[in-house]
Design a binder for this molecule. Structure first.
Ligand code: FAD
Length: 288
């Protein structure tokens, strides 16, 4: 289908984008890579009268590190994440996750900020961001605020972004040396969304789990943060029994919807299996 007509705006600066957003309010939509928004417009699930294109705003791109914190501009594309030597060295989980998103064409245009702002439970970055303890910088006419990834996603296509706000950047504490990580994703074919996926970050100390994050993709109304599974692992050796317990608790946290990728029981089982694989791989990658 063809989208309804709209007026196109390409502001060169963030203040101009915010002013346009303020002027057109509910009738406007921000355009990043367009790989989620344009399909919705073609299906007429979204019918904006104004499109505000963020692609010309230089300050929304780039990857920097300062005082142990990574800053990634919201308009940074998947391929820019994948090609970043800094991320490869300092935050390889993000590179591993981005490599598994969609297909090469989508990864040329799709952005980190767009993937997060869309609030789709099938998107991979929400789980990666929760696993990495990331936070999001949101700018509105009244100033800037920062929201933790663990709080940001509130339902299907629902986030804490307020009308009039733009996500400008993503902040990630650089994982400590020796941190293990893994993004295990089951998909039917290249370019598909996850049937189920698990993001894990893990640190061991003296043979026991000192720190762990587990977050799951596409097995609930929104990303699932498997807090009970994390709690069960803390202070214990990561042996087969502990992994079994965490897997069971992660499955209990899921509430998947049946679709062409499988019924709810199958998806829950696959969420468990992805959790198990991600925990074991992350463990193998820790420097003990
Ligand atoms: P857009 O589509 O431009 O925008 C999405 C939404 O976010 C819009 O509502 C827009 O207004 C809003 N928005 C965008 N940027 C901002 C911002 N900075 N501040 C506030 N609001 C903003 N994703 C995955 O994670 N995993 C997959 O496996 C996957 N497979 C895909 C397969 C195909 C064939 C396609 C077409 C897409 C797939 N996607 C997948 C989605 C893809 O990653 C999208 O690029 C992503 O969801 C949206 O990013 P975008 O930059 O394209 O944003």
């Amino acid at each position: 289908m063809i989208p309804q007509p709209f007026e196109y705006h390409a502001p060169p600066t963030l203040p101009e984008a915010l002013a346009l957003l303020g002027e057109y309010g509910d009738t406007a939509k921000l355009l990043a890579g367009g790989h989620s928004l344009l399909p919705m417009m073609k299906l007429r699930f979204a019918q904006p009268e104004h499109l505000i294109d963020l692609n010309g705003i230089a300050e929304l791109r780039g990857i920097r590190e300062d005082n142990g914190m990574l800053w990634i501009g919201a308009m940074t594309t998947e391929n820019q994440l994948i090609w970043s030597d800094r991320l490869q060295q300092r935050c390889p989980l993000l590179v591993e996750g981005a490599r598994q998103i969609a297909d090469p064409q989508v990864r040329y245009r799709g952005t980190l900020g767009g993937d997060l702002s869309h609030g789709d439970p099938g998107n991979d970055h929400p789980a990666l961001m929760i696993a990495l303890d990331a936070s999001f910088v949101l700018r509105g006419a009244g100033g800037e605020r920062e929201v933790a990834a663990a709080d940001f996603f509130v339902g299907t296509y629902m986030t804490l972004l307020e009308p009039g706000e733009i996500m400008t950047g993503i902040r990630i504490p650089v994982p400590a040396a020796g941190t293990g990580y893994c993004y295990a994703k089951l998909k039917r074919k290249t370019g598909d969304f996850a049937t189920a996926a698990a993001a894990v970050v893990l640190r061991m100390s003296g043979g026991t789990v000192e720190y762990v994050r587990i977050a799951l993709t596409n097995v609930g109304d929104t990303v699932v943060h498997a807090v009970d599974a994390e709690q069960a692992l803390l202070g214990k050796p990561l042996d087969a029994r502990a992994v079994d317990t965490a897997t069971r608790l992660a499955m209990a946290a899921c509430n998947p919807a049946p679709d062409l990728r499988g019924d709810a029981d199958y998806k829950r089982a696959m969420a468990g299996e992805m959790t198990r694989r991600a925990l074991n791989t992350a463990h193998d990658r820790t420097v003990k």
